[in-house]
Design a protein around this ligand. Structure first.
Ligand code: NAG
Length: 450
């Protein structure tokens, strides 16, 4: 069992690492998209929060059409920027029949109309030369870059390369991070320092209690260190994107550490939940099964996360990946709760047979607290953070990641504090009075089936 378990996890690990390196490195806020024989009337490309001094550079290459006489309708095709509110107005105008094509609406910000295209030297191919467009954006807002094709049944092929950035007049530098995300490198770096301090405190605690420390305490140290490294890579990745618009390989390291951190954190929750090395030295078969389910699911979740991040908000299949991620994430979160529930049940049963009611009550209380904290942590980082990201304005897009990181920090602190190695085992320092009171309470709980 043990050997097949480690072999399968090794297999997944190697597979995931290969996957990360096969990925073509992220183009981040500079995005290239290939459109091939596409007849969609509207294609969204990317979203960006501009400040008062924003700019969009757009390069369109390898343009060709399915229709033999595209020259007739070129003005019906084009790129433009649109905010969410103005898009609602455009849709209203289309519904009312005021306009036939979004390109005619006064609510959009035109970027490039195809009637400026110059035919290629070879007219039989219906293809066109490279086209560049550069527009200044001076109204600070969250804009989406869209393409509309208002000619029925006309299929378009092209390569689109878009660069969006803000100019920071204070520093004189370009900033390729969207307006609400520009402080994220600093945020991640500060959290990295927090985890570094936490790891230092933990090493100190382990050293002082080296006689009472269990294996799991060293595992907890590795989880904190991986989390710190993950944050450092994320800070460096984001700061590189901020300066150059591209990730330069930092994203690969970031994904690698995210993956290791995700696996170790879930494993830790399961191990603590089972009471491994606190209550018993070995895992039961059903507890190992939980790990065997959770670890591959984490691999899938990470692959989905990479696919979502790399393809951008409107990328190919990005909706499917989001659904996969959500499903897998929910499954993982549910799976890690089982061992805690089993432990609580076992402790309650043990309390009835061996006379040590006070000890068992203490452990029981600790495990119940842990159960509630795990649920709150999962709920907060999934639901509350999602809500925060959805309802806050684009200028405050950093609040979602900050809330998630704060909740994670609190969760690490709680886990570390409650399951820290202790100088003297408090379970033995209990007098008879406390013992009786605990026995009484356990009996009461039994009656009410709490
Ligand atoms: C965008 O285009 C403008 C005008 O062509 C140019 O001056 C600027 O350097 C370009 N910016 C980037 C980041 O390529």
């Amino acid at each position: 069992m043990a050997s097949s378990f480690s072999r399968s996890s090794l297999f997944f690990l190697v597979g995931a690492v290969i996957f990360f390196f096969l990925l073509n490195t992220s183009l981040a806020e500079i995005r290239s998209t290939e459109i091939r024989s596409d007849s969609r009337s509207t294609i969204p490309f990317d979203e960006f929060g501009f400040t008062q001094s924003g700019r969009l550079n757009l390069t369109i290459t390898r343009i060709s059409f399915s229709n033999s006489k595209p020259q007739l309708h070129l003005s019906q095709l084009g790129f433009y920027l649109c905010t969410r509110d103005s898009w609602a107005q455009v849709v209203q105008q289309l519904q009312d029949g005021d306009i036939q094509c979004p390109l005619r609406s006064q609510h959009i910000k035109p970027v490039f109309n195809f009637n400026h295209l110059k035919p290629d030297h070879n007219p039989t191919l219906h293809s066109f030369e490279v086209s560049d467009a550069s527009v200044k954006v001076s109204d600070a807002n969250l804009f989406t870059l869209l393409f509309s094709n208002c000619v029925p049944d006309l299929e378009v092929s092209m390569d689109v390369h878009s660069v969006m950035y803000n100019f920071n007049p204070k520093t004189g530098q370009l900033d390729f991070l969207s307006a609400g995300k520009t402080c994220l490198p600093l945020v991640y770096f500060l959290f990295f320092l927090a985890y570094l301090a936490m790891a230092a405190v933990w090493v100190y605690t382990l050293y002082n209690n080296r006689l009472t420390a269990y294996k799991i305490h060293f595992f907890m140290l590795s989880v904190v260190i991986l989390k710190a490294l993950n944050l450092l890579c994320e800070a460096e990745d984001k700061s590189y994107i901020k300066r150059t618009g591209a990730a330069h390989g930092w994203d690969v390291l970031f994904y690698l550490f995210s993956f290791l951190k995700g696996i170790t954190l879930f494993t830790l929750i399961v191990l603590i939940g089972t009471g491994w090395s606190f209550l018993k030295p070995y895992l039961q078969d059903k507890e190992k099964k939980v790990l065997i389910i959770v670890i591959p699911l984490q691999v899938v979740a990470n692959v989905a996360q990479v696919a979502i991040d790399e393809t951008g908000p409107f990328g190919h299949n990005s909706d499917t990946w989001k659904k996969v991620f959500l499903l897998v994430d929910i499954l993982c979160c549910c799976a890690v709760l089982f061992p805690i529930v089993w432990s609580i049940k076992n402790l309650r049963e043990a309390a009835k047979v061996d006379g040590k009611a006070a000890v068992n009550l203490m452990k029981l209380t600790l495990f119940r607290q842990y159960y509630i904290i795990v649920i709150s942590y999962i709920y907060f980082t999934r639901v509350v953070v999602y809500a925060l990201e959805t309802i806050t304005s684009y200028k405050f897009q950093w609040t979602g990641p900050v809330a998630a990181e704060l909740a994670t920090l609190a969760f690490y602190l709680f886990t570390g504090y409650n399951f820290r190695p202790k100088v003297q085992n408090p379970y033995f320092a209990i007098d008879d009075e406390e013992e009786e009171a605990a026995a009484e309470q356990l009996k009461l709980e039994d009656e009410f089936e709490l």
